[in-house]
Design a protein around this ligand. Structure first.
Ligand SMILES: [Fe+2]
Length: 337
């Protein structure tokens, strides 16, 4: 039996190459592994709680695009297949393998949505083989792409929403809307579904309970979701720290398409947004994807104690999509001390 700790030491004994094309940021390190080639963003979170350090690795937007013979009778899938070329024929399996090669050394891996490029039996089979079977403990938040069979067709989905969700539920490794899990001595990892630009009512009581438990047990919460949320800092459009080809150079985190800033945010969404941003004593990071380029922001936040309300910020990391950079693999290592 090969010892995981020794394997990890051996893996990371390889050199770390500079990545000059990525903008520098004090919040994280970025490097490329010298032999195996993956791009790594490394965040360190100091809990001040003591205990053993742990590592959570994030991967996002893997966009598995594959149609198998099990899809041949599905006219929606076959219609998309005719026009959707990005990563077709399972091309992004290459970058999934490379990212999972890194993540195997973490204590926990979380994939923040758009695992599939569009909903097909073929892409689900690739997700099962290369992600779920390889790491049965993986956490996965829903993205918007999992939920549609229509991509670049300009046709609305015909398969009812519930039917699409049920199809995904056949393989999803845990409850899709809300799932939390203790990692190491000090972390509660919370997966929130905001795949359709909204939070869900089901999340409120579970999230409240985890926030209460984090305080009682002296743990921190790291939130994982697909879409970023509003920073409410009035900074205007924020330039990408690293623009991926075909994705965004800038993004306005207080613009009308961001959760928490949308004019039509539902009450449920406002409530979950408040739970994130008003409990910053325990909620210490928000990790997401969706935009495909890399952005680092800080969300205006508060917490309340016996002395009153305190202003602070929560780091928000938008990880770039995985299938870029010649499928080298892109992983965020969150090292909690
Ligand atoms: Fe995506």
């Amino acid at each position: 039996m090969i010892d995981k700790k020794r394997s990890k030491e051996w893996f990371y004994s390889q050199g770390k190459l500079e990545v000059p094309e990525c903008a520098k940021c004090d919040a994280f390190k970025v490097y490329r592994l010298e032999y195996t080639g993956q791009y790594i963003f490394e965040f360190e979170i100091d809990t001040g709680l003591g205990g053993e350090p742990c590592e959570i690795d994030q991967i996002t937007d893997t966009h598995l695009n594959f149609v198998s013979i099990a899809d041949e009778d599905d006219k929606e899938v076959m219609g998309t297949r005719a026009v959707r070329t990005w990563n077709r024929e399972g091309e992004s399996v290459k970058s999934v393998i490379k990212a999972m090669d890194v993540a195997q050394y973490a204590d926990q891996t979380v994939i923040t949505g758009d695992v599939l490029d569009y909903l097909s039996r073929g892409a689900m089979a690739l997700m099962k083989k290369h992600i779920l079977d390889r790491d049965p403990e993986v956490l996965v938040t829903l993205g918007g792409h999992e939920l549609t069979k229509q991509m670049q067709t300009n046709i609305p989905d015909e398969t009812p929403f519930e039917e699409r969700l049920n199809m995904l539920a056949e393989i999803w490794p845990h409850e899709m809307n809300y799932f939390s899990k203790d990692v190491g001595d000090n972390v509660i990892a919370v997966c929130l579904d905001n795949s359709i630009g909204d939070f869900r009512a089901f999340q409120i009581k579970n999230f409240e309970a985890d926030i209460k438990r984090a305080r009682e047990e002296k743990k921190i919460i790291l939130v994982f979701a697909h879409e970023p949320i509003a920073t409410r800092r009035n900074e205007g459009a924020i330039p990408a720290v690293w623009e991926m080809r075909g994705a965004h150079k800038t993004f306005d985190f207080d613009g009308e398409t961001t959760i928490g800033a949308k004019p039509n945010d539902r009450e449920v969404t406002k409530r979950v947004y408040s739970l994130i941003t008003e409990n910053a004593d325990v909620i210490r990071g928000y990790f997401c994807g969706h935009r495909h380029s890399a952005f680092y922001t800080e969300i205006n936040a508060t917490y309340t104690d016996e002395k009153g309300i305190h202003n602070t910020t929560i780091p928000q990391w938008v990880e770039p999509g995985n299938p870029y950079l010649n499928h080298a693999g892109i992983v965020t290592r969150i090292i909690v001390k």
